[in-house]
Design a protein around this ligand. Structure first.
Ligand SMILES: NC(=O)c1ccc[n+]([C@@H]2O[C@H](COP(=O)([O-])OP(=O)(O)OC[C@H]3O[C@@H](n4cnc5c(N)ncnc54)[C@H](OP(=O)(O)O)[C@@H]3O)[C@@H](O)[C@H]2O)c1
Length: 354
C-alpha cells in the first residue's frame, strides 16, 4: 500500500518542540521541510543537530516570511505562547496547524480566538488542532475513554503529580516556588486564567457524559520546605536556585467542575520540590492518575517506564509533543475547520511501527 507523505514545519524547538521534531525526522510518513527557531544559538543549524540525530538538510531559520511561503501540509507550533496572527497567516496559506500552545477545545471564553481560526481555516481550506498531555489527553480523552468501563460514574478525579527536583523544568521560578506561603496564597503565581485553559477538557468529559458544567470552583494549598532545597531549571543543568526553608516548596491546585449540584470532575495538580517538604501529600513517581468513583471504581496511573537510572521520568512535555505529532496525518486529512478530539475520533497514528 502506498502511504501518502505529510510535509511538516516544526515551529519552535523547546522541550515539547524537540520531541515533535525528533518524531518528524524519524517517522517515514513525514517529510520535514522547515524548522523555525528564535534562539540565535540554533540559527543555521541542521534540524538533526538540534535533537542529536544525523543531518537532515533542513536548516533552522528565523525567517518567518520564508517559512510562511514554504509548501507544507502542516505546522507543529510549539512556541511559548499562542500567536493568533501567525496562526491566521499559516492557515490562510494552506497549512494545517497542530499546537500545544492553545487554544485547545472551544469554550465561550475563547470564542473570539476560535472564530478567528475558523475563518482562517475556511479561507485556506485547512484545519487547526489544539493538542497536549494536559489539557489534551490525561484529563479528557483518557477519562472519557475509561468511562466505557463503568456501569455508573459518581466522580472523576484527574491528578497530575510532578516532582520538580527529579524532573527539573524552566517553569519552577515562574510558578512561585520559594515565595512566602501566605503571600502566594493571596496572590498565586499560576495565572488565574489557567483553569479556563483546562475548562475545554472538563467540558469534553462532562458533556460527553451528557451533563453540563454549572460552575467551576478552585482551591489552592501550599507545602513548605523543611530545609533549603537547591534546584536546577533543566535536566542535566547545574543547580542555580534555592528554595529557602519555610518558603513554598509544594503547590496543590484543585479545580472542580460541578454538575447537578455535585462535583463531577476534579483536577488536582500536585507540584512538589522533592521530599523535604511538609505536608507530604503523595509519594511515588511523577505521573498522571485517573480515578473514577462509581460502579465499579477504577484507577489508572500513566507514567514513564523505568529508565537506565532506575527512575521513572515525568514524560508530560515529550508526550505533549508526541500526542500532537502523531495526530498530524489525521489533522491534515480532516475536513477544514477546528478539529477537536471528538472530530478526530480514535486516531490511528502512522509510521510508528518501523
Ligand atoms: N497542553 C499541554 O499539555 C502542554 C504541556 C506543556 C507545554 N505546553 C505548551 O507547549 C508549548 C511549548 O512548551 P515547552 O515546554 O516546549 O516550552 P519551552 O521549552 O520553554 O520552549 C518554548 C520554545 O518557544 C520558542 N520561543 C521562545 N520565545 C519565543 C517567542 N517570543 N515567540 C515564539 N517562540 C518563542 C523557543 O524556541 P527555540 O528554542 O526554537 O527558539 C523556546 O525554546 C508552550 O506553549 C506550552 O504552554 C502544553
Amino acid at each position: 500500500m502506498t502511504q501518502r507523505k505529510y510535509r511538516v514545519i516544526q515551529w519552535a524547538t523547546g522541550v515539547v518542540g524537540q520531541a515533535a521534531l525528533k518524531h518528524f525526522i524519524e517517522n517515514p510518513v513525514i517529510d520535514l521541510v522547515g524548522v523555525a527557531v528564535t534562539n540565535p544559538d540554533k540559527l543555521g543549524k541542521d534540524a538533526g543537530d538540534l535533537v542529536g540525530l544525523p543531518p537532515t538538510g533542513v536548516i533552522a531559520t528565523d525567517n518567518v516570511e520564508a517559512l510562511v511561503a514554504l509548501d507544507a501540509d502542516c505546522v507543529f507550533f510549539a512556541g511559548l505562547v499562542k500567536d493568533l496572527d501567525l496562526f491566521e497567516r499559516l492557515l490562510r496559506s494552506g497549512k494545517n496547524i497542530v499546537s500545544p500552545a492553545g487554544p485547545f477545545f472551544p469554550t465561550d471564553r475563547y470564542k473570539a480566538d476560535f472564530d478567528r481560526l475558523e475563518a482562517a481555516c475556511a479561507a485556506g481550506g485547512t484545519s487547526f488542532h489544539g493538542c497536549g498531555v494536559h489539557p489534551g489527553f490525561s484529563g479528557d480523552i483518557l477519562p472519557l475513554t475509561l468511562t466505557r468501563l463503568m456501569n455508573r460514574v459518581d466522580l472523576i478525579e484527574v491528578t497530575e503529580v510532578i516532582d520538580k527536583i527529579r524532573n527539573p523544568m524552566v517553569y519552577t521560578e515562574m510558578m512561585g516556588f520559594g515565595r512566602d506561603p501566605e503571600e502566594l496564597l493571596a496572590n498565586p503565581s499560576r495565572s488565574a486564567e489557567a483553569p479556563y485553559a483546562f475548562e475545554g477538557s472538563m467540558r469534553m468529559v462532562v458533556e460527553g457524559l451528557g451533563k453540563s458544567i454549572e460552575r467551576l470552583t478552585t482551591r489552592l494549598e501550599v507545602a513548605t520546605a523543611i530545609q533549603d532545597i537547591p534546584y536546577s531549571l533543566g535536566i542535566g543543568l547545574p543547580d542555580t536556585g534555592v528554595v529557602k526553608q519555610g518558603t513554598v516548596a509544594g503547590q496543590h491546585f484543585e479545580w472542580t467542575a460541578w454538575a447537578d449540584g455535585k462535583p463531577l470532575i476534579v483536577y488536582h495538580f500536585y507540584w512538589v520540590m522533592g521530599e523535604h517538604v511538609t505536608p507530604q501529600w503523595l509519594t511515588g513517581p511523577s505521573c498522571y492518575k485517573v480515578a473514577i468513583h462509581g460502579d465499579p471504581p477504577l484507577e489508572v496511573h500513566l507514567m514513564g517506564g523505568i529508565g537506565e537510572d532506575g527512575e521513572r521520568p515525568f514524560l508530560g512535555l515529550p508526550w505533549t509533543g508526541l500526542v500532537g505529532a502523531t495526530a498530524v496525518p489525521a489533522v491534515c486529512d480532516a475536513a477544514p475547520g477546528i478539529v477537536t478530539h471528538l472530530d478526530l475520533g480514535i486516531v490511528q497514528p502512522k509510521g510508528l511501527v518501523r
